[in-house]
Design a protein around this ligand. Sequence first.
Ligand code: PSU
Ligand code: MN
Length: 314
Amino acid sequence: MTPQLMKYLDIAPEVRLALQQGQPVVALESTIISHGMPYPQNVATALRVEAEVRSSGALPATIAVIDGRLTAGLSAAQIEALGRAGPTVAKVSRRDLPFIVATNQTGATTVAATMIIAAMAGIRVFATGGIGGVHRGAAQTFDISADLQELARTPVAVVCAGAKSILDLGLTLEYLETHGVPVVGYRTAQLPAFFTQDSGFAVDYRLDGASDIARLLQIKWAMGLGGGVVIANPIPAAHAMPRAVIDAAIEQALSDAQAQGISGKQTTPFLLERVNALTGGNSLAANIELVLNNARLASAVAVALAGLEIRSTL
Ligand code: PSU
Ligand code: MN
């Protein structure tokens, strides 16, 4: 890490030591805590996800901006504070980082901003729920999540349960293809749609082992291709939701957003909140299970990648 970056970045001592020793570390985002789930389930989930990473043999590093400091590895108290603040805390993507740092604010990082800070810290694997993408109607609104550009440029693998069909999943895949981002299905040839195992769209490649995924990552970066990879991990069948229930909630949420004139960075949190409200506790329970499932896979990939990196230096 260059001194210029260290000036703005704090890495928790435990995480720093693990990285120095080539031990597996998994990055976790914080917008999912503040804007993705209600309090107090958001805090409980974030802590359970960290525990799941530890019990899978890796070290968790939840990422946020705390009082203007880019922070990799939050304390339980910092996670509690972000969860309690909820959507009153700033939602920080690439665009917002310099302002939030310059004004010493606290912000929850999206997939894009979490990837940036993870890469600065030297963390290569990141687990979340769903990524942002191309919104429906983007041909008119130009609303395309900055997550996709970040995947194009920043070398971090993002393990997710696909993306919610609040988005146009076909256009999201087209955008990722244009920008050279591989979409890998873990034990599936289908792109999962967050609450359901299948979206009706195919992934680019199917891989069935964490070590196969680690090998793809190592080779992509060793070849100098840079950029990220989407690792799409379907929600476990036992926790998947009926497609009709989810589709109806999403249609309702989208029409509410239009009626209320929601735009810009409010769009995704508004839609997430409406879908949660319309489907009640069922979707929240599914959401929690898929994040835990992603934390387990990300940890296995991080463990395998650490093994490959140690072997390649022998
Ligand atoms: N999708 C989800 N849950 C989330 C998000 C997206 O199912 O919590 C959050 C993530 O932090 C993601 C961000 O990076 O929303 C994307 O926001 P936008 O569409 O404004 O880029
Ligand atoms: Mn947007």
